[in-house]
Unconditional design. Structure first.
Length: 389
């Protein structure tokens, strides 16, 4: 299944908000209240102005969306809940933008929330009936297999792989909401506790609690120069993997889904990868960022490690990637991850990112990949092309 928006007009993100991220004693209601309050204030509206809400969440109890929104002062409003693994929050933004574009609503709240502390212990579980789980594999080992294949095919070193974590932890130094901030050397990344060879602890995203909120409005309701335009939004579901037949090349897991989703977003926006000024992408594990910068077209296949090690994905490079610190450092509360990524790009494009601001950023890309259902190239992927309004 694939969906993309060709806009008769361009919906606008009028405001965003997030909680802090990390393992914290706050309830889901408190996390959402912080995010929604900030988003409403940012957009200059009240809860009564919201026509509908799309909520992305993964591990929550039934009815969680209704309870957290009631605590945030929103009730008797059409509410849609969706689960798309790590891309649940981004899918909520995608659906909100489509709803505004197609005239169903004029002001929509996209919300992502996850309270993982206390409910998730260790690695995020896979379906116990999947072959991977029956073999004792969880997501770290699945990504580790991708990393080992990538290392074998492209001659990448463990040191280059660790450089992704060095960069993203350094970016997070300027993000006061991030779960982990710090200056690490490659050696320290590689010397952290082994998780699944070649991935170590500091190459894996942490268990996190958090919420993010995004207000999407009709462009007629937002003053020029305010907010961020949604130039394109693309959603695709995973194909049976390997997703190609010979003689076409079979790529590392996830590449096909990300590339297919991004191609539709670029085509709709009329962009090429060279048009992107800043990007927030799915780096649940270091190998994920290397695969994604290639699938998004920022560099050639097999060049992601050198692209990162050469500083091309940090400030002053070709395209700064994950200036927030990414999932590795900001944190990865699954349902809230996508909305946190959108919030970061919104702040970048409106000049509100503080010490992590990318100078002159006018066009930003958000990519979130959800996985892994057995035998698929991923559960689903969302790519958003955002531009200063």
């Amino acid at each position: 299944m694939t969906g993309s928006t060709v806009n008769p007009f361009t919906p606008v993100i009028a405001g965003v908000g997030t909680s802090n991220f990390g393992k914290q004693p706050l309830t889901a209601e408190e996390l959402v209240q912080a995010a929604v309050t900030e988003a409403l204030d940012s957009a200059g509206i009240t809860a009564q102005d919201v026509d509908a809400v799309y909520v992305g969440t993964v591990f929550s109890y039934p009815g969680t969306a209704h309870r957290v929104l009631r605590a945030a002062g929103i009730s008797a409003t059409p509410l849609f809940t969706m689960e798309n693994a790590c891309a649940s929050g981004t899918l909520a933004v995608h659906m909100a933008a489509r709803a505004v574009t197609h005239g169903e609503f004029r002001c929509v709240l996209a919300l992502g929330v996850e309270k993982m502390t206390g409910s998730i212990k260790g690695a995020i579980p896979t379906d116990p009936g999947d072959p991977e789980a029956l073999a004792g594999m969880q997501l770290p080992s699945i990504y580790a297999m991708s990393a080992n294949r990538y290392i074998r095919e492209y001659g990448v070193t463990p040191e280059q792989l660790a450089q992704v974590s060095v960069k993203n932890h350094a970016h997070a130094l300027n993000n006061p909401r991030a779960q982990y901030r710090g200056t690490y050397t490659v050696a320290e990344i590689l010397d952290s506790r082994p998780i699944s060879d070649p991935l170590t602890l500091l190459q894996c995203s942490p268990i996190s609690d958090g919420a993010g909120a995004v207000i999407v409005r009709h462009p007629d309701d937002v003053d020029a120069g305010q907010g961020v335009s949604v130039r394109a939004t693309s959603f695709a579901s995973g194909a049976v993997w390997p997703a190609v037949a010979p003689p076409e090349k079979d790529r590392v897991w996830n590449w096909e889904l990300i590339h297919r989703t991004a191609a539709r977003a670029y085509a709709t926006a009329g962009w090429t990868p060279a048009d992107v000024d800043v990007c927030e992408l799915h780096d649940a594990f270091t190998i994920g960022e290397l695969i994604t910068v290639e699938a998004l077209g920022f560099c050639d296949e097999g060049e992601g490690a050198a692209f990162t090690a050469d500083g091309q994905s940090t400030h002053g490079g070709v395209v700064p990637v994950n200036p927030s610190g990414g999932l590795l450092s900001r944190g990865h509360p699954l349902g809230a991850t996508g909305t946190a990524q959108v919030a970061e790009v919104f702040w970048q494009l409106t000049g509100r990112a503080g010490g992590r601001q990318v100078p002159g950023a006018n066009r930003g890309l958000v990519e979130t990949m959800g996985g892994s259902a057995s035998a698929l190239s991923g559960n689903g992927c969302v790519v958003l092309a955002l531009e200063t309004h």
